[in-house]
Design a protein around this ligand. Structure first.
Ligand code: AMP
Length: 281
């Protein structure tokens, strides 16, 4: 496994692989890696001859009031996990490498970035789309891997790749959870012991909503209200949103039909966590 910090070095390595006819799978991350990230790596390794993973805490997708500075980082542990899971190349750039002085080009989307996290984090998806486009241009992978954990992001990236004719297959991977149900997240480490227990209310409510849909409920309000009621029962939890949307457009829906995404964002203390389920009904 190699680690590089610049686009030029990364390009040279990938170019050599491409010249040898090898396929390349790419996993963009912000590091502090866990089994959720590794499930993407494993999928990439199954489907491609080479696997590239980037670690970059992207300042552009954080608002000034968010957790950029305290976002957890541990390059040595990340590097070891990558090595053990078959990553061939880590790209670990500095913000100055990604955004040199004078940087002024952005990838901005309307449509699926408007609702859900786009509402509470207004500049978030502009940052995500810009950095993912840059990383795609650097790596030029055959396939790129995104977790359903960030379901809106997955939908947004799919749309972006289609709209901008990027020749990359986007592969979505299921949510990896802790044994008790909490979706794995680098941000879980912000939680105190008491908050960690309270955070279970996210998955608990999502599972109840999912079960309602499975049993035939098609009224989005009924499903979202049931989820809200459960979350409200937890004193440490504060709802940011609970919404049902069409997974492809991320537009709000009243009637559940087609491929639907029911997504929640909840503050546990000062930590904002997300969870969701997708179903085709
Ligand atoms: P992050 O480092 O949080 O930006 O995540 C990098 C990628 O890993 C994104 O595509 C996430 O959706 C994915 N990911 C993070 N946590 C999980 C999880 N628990 N299960 C599946 N994928 C995940």
């Amino acid at each position: 496994m190699e680690t590089v910090t610049t686009a030029v070095e990364a390009r040279a390595i990938v170019k050599k692989w491409k010249n040898e006819g090898k396929t390349v799978g790419f996993v963009p991350t912000m590091g502090y890696l866990h089994e959720g990230h590794m499930s993407l790596v494993q999928k990439a390794a199954e489907q491609n001859e080479k696997v590239v993973l980037s670690i970059f805490v992207n300042p552009m997708q954080f608002s000034p009031n968010e957790d950029l500075d305290k976002y957890p980082r541990d390059f040595d542990a990340d590097s070891k996990l990558c090595e053990d899971n078959g990553v061939d190349l880590i790209i670990y750039p500095d913000p100055k490498e990604m955004y040199p002085e004078g940087f002024c080009s952005f990838v901005d989307m309307t449509g699926p970035t408007r609702e859900l996290c786009g509402k509470s984090r207004p500049i978030h998806f502009r940052g995500v789309c810009t950095v993912v486009t840059k990383l795609f241009n650097i790596v030029q992978p055959d396939r790129a891997y995104f977790g359903q954990k960030d379901a809106q992001q997955l939908s947004v990236i799919r749309r972006m790749v289609t709209d901008l004719n990027m020749p990359i297959e986007i592969v979505g991977c299921p949510i990896v959870r802790e044994k008790d149900g909490l979706a794995k997240s680098s941000r879980n480490q912000y939680l105190s012991e008491e908050e960690r227990k309270a955070a279970l209310i996210l998955s608990k409510s999502v599972f109840v909503g999912q079960e309602l849909v499975k049993k035939g409920e098609r009224n989005a309000k009924v499903v979202c209200d049931a989820i809200r009621e459960i979350i409200t029962s937890e004193p440490l939890a504060k709802i940011d949103y609970v919404e049902a949307v069409d997974f492809d457009t991320i537009e709000k829906i009243d009637k559940l039909q087609g491929t639907i995404l029911v997504a929640i964002a909840v503050y546990i203390g000062s930590t904002r966590l997300i969870d969701n389920f997708i179903d085709t009904v």
